[in-house]
Unconditional design. Structure first.
Length: 577
């Protein structure tokens, strides 16, 4: 269809006047000359101010074509074989139905006759076309064919064996990377994970498949993968090991490495770990965005009274402030927020971390290297000779590090660190169990902050939720507040991948050590005793803070229970409901 015919079609359908069409076409042509890859119809839809689906529905009526709602598409392997993976991905088309030797294919550009002819030739049967937005077709291709399916298809048809794995010096990952097949596939996996806000990627081999999972908002999600992925397991894992500087010949022992890449101008630090399993090496990638603006203290989700208390604590001249919680609960983010709040020309701040996750201007940061003897304890000893005002230790893991940190706090330094305990009161018993004298713990610790991360409700599908009052009572909601309490949840939508959640925030338990606490610590009181006394003095537990955020519609009651209670208790609570 030529320019005049397309122009007339737009005029007759009411999508654009003659002047508007010419203006849009001119602007779109200029954008293509500048290297932008946006399709003409997507560009026109934006200029018209219409959503892609509404624009395409109007255009399909003008053409006399069907409109394909790909969100309702029922895809089968047989349907996927009607058009080759290469043709589907290169032309942004996807088959939607096949009946009586008649194939229907969704396209996003009905005016490209070359594209339509290629699809018809490839299908080798009668073909009719339907319209669908470009973004919806791309989502469907990834969902049904799998991430990197086009790359694997190229590898299937490649006559050159074995596949040569190349190490490129410039590790910049782009959406349309055109490198060698194995390299391109690994880049696509990392690209998709970055786009989905994943914090981890796991390559998990089994007897008959190589499963790839992303951790998004703390929850593991399986990425759709082409069925033939297993046969390229060795090549893909070797590529990752080369990128991260590991020994590709060593497959019997665990290895650690690191990859630095750029995605859309953002520096990404990827920590890589491999372990041998019975079906091959399992590989885990932890994605850390370097140089990104991290969360400040007022963005961490603290209630106002806790925020005020923390601001008073982190400006003290000496003492220890501990942040506790399991791996992945945001402890490091909180410590960085503390440091950025007090960072000034008048304070000398030195940290020792493993690894340095965020680079803070004006702060001296040391990366621990246990392999060469630079442990937390050794680094801390030398830091104290550097005249610091504030010291941050990535984690107190052993007695030696704990002792040096305690003595630093008692000799006029403010020390921040993390500890692995389930709640704030358990930090005191943990330090005492590590061999620290109770009087030293009582004298040096100023505050303990326990925290967890909860998923926040997707704002696009957020709706009010009706919950049984008995369930609320067992969950810890005060009986007097049940009638007035409202809760929300997300049924699931495209924006949140039908999970009902998008993003995370923190729930906290702040214990400020007072003169009431010190005798309990000196007498080695149990964590439960310290907890009861702290609650009497006004401390909000993790569950209390979580329930408050659930009532405000930030998260769901189910999510709060999930992160603040053991699996056994959670199961019994759900069953009793």
């Amino acid at each position: 269809m030529g320019f005049p015919s397309i122009k007339k079609l737009f005029e007759d359908s009411g999508l654009a006047t003659s002047t508007e069409f010419e203006s849009w076409h001119k602007s779109w042509t200029k954008s293509q000359e500048n290297g932008e890859n946006e399709s003409m119809l997507t560009f026109f839809a934006r200029e018209k101010g219409l959503a892609d689906d509404l624009f395409m529905q109007t255009l399909s009526k003008a053409l006399g074509w069907d409109y394909a709602d790909l969100r309702k598409l029922s895809f089968t392997d047989e349907l996927g074989r009607k058009i080759t993976t290469k043709v589907a991905f290169q032309n942004n088309v996807i088959p939607t139905s096949f009946e009586e030797d008649h194939l229907c294919v969704a396209v996003c550009n009905p005016f490209d006759s070359g594209l339509l002819n290629e699809v018809q030739f490839n299908a080798q049967c009668r073909v009719s076309f339907a319209l669908a937005p470009e973004t919806e077709i791309q989502k469907a291709l990834t969902k049904f064919y799998g991430v990197g399916a086009q790359t694997l298809d190229e590898m299937e048809n490649d006559d050159d064996e074995p596949i040569e794995i190349l190490l490129d010096d410039d590790k910049e990952i782009e959406e349309g990377d055109q490198e060698a097949s194995v390299i391109k596939f690994v880049n696509q996996i990392i690209w998709e994970a970055f786009k989905d806000r994943a914090t981890d990627i796991h390559f998990e081999p089994s007897e008959d498949e190589l499963r790839i999972r992303y951790r998004v908002d703390g929850i593991l999600l399986q990425a759709p993968m082409p069925p033939q992925l297993k046969r390229y397991q060795s090549s893909l894992i070797s590529r990752i090991k080369i990128m991260s500087g590991m020994d590709i010949a060593e497959k019997r022992l665990p290895q650690d490495g690191r990859i630095n890449v750029r995605i859309k101008g953002e520096e990404l630090d990827i920590r890589v770990s491999t372990v041998p399993t019975v079906h091959g090496e399992s590989v885990s990638l932890r994605l850390l965005t370097r140089g990104t603006i991290f969360l400040t203290l007022d963005k961490l989700g603290f209630p106002q009274h806790e925020m005020d208390a923390l601001k008073n604590i982190i400006v003290k001249p000496h003492g220890i402030v501990l942040v506790t919680g399991p791996t992945g609960s945001g402890k490091s983010t909180s410590l960085y927020a503390f440091l950025s709040t007090i960072n000034s020309v008048s304070k000398r701040i030195i940290t020792i971390e493993e690894p340095v996750e965020y680079e803070l201007k004006g702060i001296n940061q040391i990366a621990a290297r246990p392999d060469i003897g630079l442990t937390f304890a050794m680094g801390l000893r030398h830091i104290l000779r550097q005249d610091p005002d504030v010291v941050m230790v990535g984690e107190i893991r052993d007695t030696e590090t704990a002792e040096i940190s305690i003595r630093a706090a008692l000799t006029g330094h403010l020390v921040f660190s993390t500890l692995h305990t389930n709640d704030a009161p358990s930090a005191f018993t943990r330090l005492i169990d590590m061999g620290i004298e109770p009087f030293l713990v009582a004298s040096s610790v100023e505050a303990v902050l326990a925290q967890r991360l909860v998923r926040t409700i997707c704002k696009f599908c957020k709706t009010e939720q009706t919950i049984d009052p008995d369930y609320l009572k067992r969950a810890g909601v005060p009986e007097s507040e049940i009638a007035q309490s409202h809760f929300w949840h997300g049924p699931g939508c495209e924006e949140c991948r039908n999970t009902g959640y998008k993003g995370r925030t923190g729930i906290h338990e702040l214990l400020i050590v007072s003169e009431t606490h010190r005798p309990l610590i000196l007498n080695r009181a149990a964590a439960a005793t310290i907890s009861r006394k702290s609650i009497e003095m006004g401390m909000q537990t993790l569950r209390m803070d979580g329930l408050e955020k659930a009532r405000k519609g930030v998260t769901t009651l189910e999510e709060v229970i999930r992160v603040t209670q053991s699996e056994e208790h959670l199961d019994s609570l759900i069953e009793s409901n």
